[in-house]
Design a protein. Structure first.
Length: 591
């Protein structure tokens, strides 16, 4: 073993140890590994930052922006609407929710698809009285399975496609992963529909349940003349909102407030006092063409460009100057540049006009204002911002535009009119120009640590190849695979990739394992394609731990899961993926 090979192995092993130790952020570890590789001379100085200009970085960043736009469009709610009435049992809930999130994960970032469905899972859990823990882990696993089916569903597929171009001269195309990925996804969903019973039966609600279940807000809206509810009844409105919203009052003749029964007829320009969750309010405002009173005159905030206006949820803290005073008395709009859109008071009904409500400690508020100025404004008011919920109340939603732009991008890639990089970069730019997302929102949805990880590790993984390190590992693996048939060697690579992923991060696993898999194929005289596909599948399918993929981490707290719970459902699913995946890869990608 030469000095350069020893240095490369030492850096990679040290990096793995630090990843497992988990005391230093993985992007910082990757940067340290790059610096060490440059210092040892195994990465030339002029190539040290080549990874940051690699197409992989652009594709991943663009895919995240497009994914966020699709997630915020509301198309998912429309997709789910026909199925809601059928979700009575846990089997039907798992079947419908996991199937939809699996399909959706093939066309947007899997963690984005999961984030969309978690609040929906909690809503269904509350309606049926069954624990959300039965749904969350199957949803996470389904999102991982769906990501395997297309090029853009998960980062490992994008990375392995780019590395195939380096190895054989041509990248994987958009749907090259589909024959294997779709088969695995279908089998995995079928398993999860019945396999959820392997999860512990006695799990209390996780702390995250509260994160998705805040008290109902009270807000005021105007019934516009063009609303489909004009001439309909209060009952019709509440039915349209699927009983998630209550009409607690109607204000007519500018100041007269009435408590309506369900048979009251609604007239144009009625001021309706609505109570419900922000998600339900947002959907009703859009579907019924209602106008939020708090934003009627101030859809734009003074001196702010349209794209800079946003909303936050905040809580009135002890000592706030708002306590005992109303929005009207505080002159919120004039003095602080914010509009009061909705108020929640621990489930208690609010009987006054919003602008006259005297605030109390603990009140939850929805406030609209200039994004950059909101932290300063909230501090001045004595309010604490809650975790961002991407509120869209009163903001126009482009329901079909994001999915249409994504479809065009995929078609262009499928017919090889443009490269994947240009297609998804172009899609992200189009969505920004159409103001589906603001530039600030786009920057917020990009996973910058992952991009840093990719940019730093691309030269390091390439150094492992150029120093001959991957050939050495391939030689060791070929010795182990010598007694195995080609299919056995393929299964070995898939298993190793799956086993390494919890400790390395799936992107890093592909960067390290793809050259090793290709080297093993070369030594055995086989095509590298099935081995690269095996690396992609193994790196994308971590079902054994909550730390190998962000999706698994995301559901751990809200579901109240323990570390060992993942093995219960994940181990049989992993065995299924290894056995079926090896078979499907060998069929569709002959060796």
């Amino acid at each position: 073993m030469s000095f350069s090979q020893a240095a490369a192995f030492s850096i990679v092993i040290g990096m793995v140890v630090l990843f497992i130790w988990d005391r230093i952020r993985y992007d910082v570890v990757a940067l340290g590994a790059l610096l060490a590789a440059v210092a040892c001379g195994i990465v030339p100085v002029d190539k040290a930052f080549s990874g940051f200009s690699d197409d992989i970085v652009i594709i991943v960043a663009s895919a995240l922006v497009v994914s966020a736009a699709v997630g915020r469009s509301g198309i998912v709610e429309l997709m789910l609407q026909p199925f809601v009435r059928h979700m009575k049992t846990t089997n039907s809930q798992v079947a419908i929710l996991v199937s939809i999130v699996t399909v959706l994960s093939g066309f947007m970032k899997n963690i984005g698809a999961l984030a969309i469905f978690m609040p929906i899972a909690f809503q269904i859990s509350r309606r049926t009285g069954k624990p959300a823990s039965r749904l969350l882990m199957p949803l996470s696993f389904g999102s991982l399975l769906g990501g395997v089916a297309t090029l853009v569903g998960t980062s490992p597929n994008i990375i392995v496609s780019r590395m195939r171009e380096d190895i054989v001269g041509e990248p994987f195309r958009m749907f090259d992963f589909a024959p294997v990925g779709a088969g695995l996804a279908a089998a995995g969903v079928l398993f999860l529909v019945f396999g959820w019973r392997l999860l512990p039966r006695k799990r209390g609600r996780g702390p995250g349940d509260q994160m998705f279940s805040i008290e109902n807000y009270t807000t005021e809206v105007r019934l516009t003349p063009g609303s489909p509810l004009v001439g309909k009844t209060v009952f019709d409105l509440e039915s349209m909102a699927e009983a998630d919203i209550t009409v607690s009052g109607i204000i007519r003749e500018q100041y007269r407030r009435y408590v309506p029964s369900g048979t009251w007829t609604l007239f144009a320009d009625d001021i309706l006092v609505l109570e419900g969750e922000t998600h339900a309010l947002e959907k009703l405002v859009k579907d019924a063409k209602l106008e939020l009173i708090g934003m009627k005159k101030d859809g734009k905030v003074a001196s702010a460009r349209r794209g800079e206006v946003g909303m936050v949820e905040a809580v009135v803290t002890q000592g706030s100057q708002m306590i005992g005073r109303s929005a009207e008395q505080l002159s919120l709009r004039e003095r602080f540049g914010v509009n009061l859109v909705a108020v929640s008071r621990r489930g208690r009904q609010i009987s006054q006009r919003l602008r006259r409500v005297r605030f109390q400690q603990g009140d939850l508020l929805v406030l609209q204002g200039v994004r950059d100025a909101m932290p300063e404004r909230l501090a001045a008011l004595g309010c604490l911002p809650l975790a961002e919920r991407n509120l869209q109340l009163g903001r126009k939603r482009h329901v079909y535009l994001p999915i249409s732009v994504l479809a065009v991008a995929m078609v262009l890639v499928a017919i090889q009119a443009v490269s994947v990089t240009i297609a998804f970069f172009g899609a992200a730019v189009v969505l920004l120009l159409a103001r589906v997302l603001t530039p600030q929102e786009a920057y917020e949805v990009v996973d910058w640590p992952i991009l840093i990880l990719l940019g730093a590790l691309i030269p390091v993984s390439d150094a492992l190849r150029t120093t001959g390190g991957t050939d050495l590992i391939a030689g060791w693996l070929s010795g182990a695979a010598a007694a195995l048939p080609p299919v056995g060697a393929l299964g070995l690579i898939l298993t190793v990739a799956m086993a390494v992923t919890p400790f390395l991060n799936n992107a890093a696993t592909v960067l390290v394992m793809a050259p090793i898999g290709a080297g093993l194929a070369q030594r055995l005289g086989l095509s590298p394609d099935p081995f690269l596909m095996a690396v992609a599948v193994g790196a994308a399918c971590d079902f054994l731990t909550p730390i190998g993929h962000q999706c698994n981490t995301l559901v751990m707290g809200p579901g109240g899961y323990r570390f060992g719970d993942y093995w219960r459902l994940g181990l049989p699913l992993s065995v299924l993926v290894v056995v079926l995946g090896t078979f499907l890869i060998s069929v569709f990608w002959p060796m």
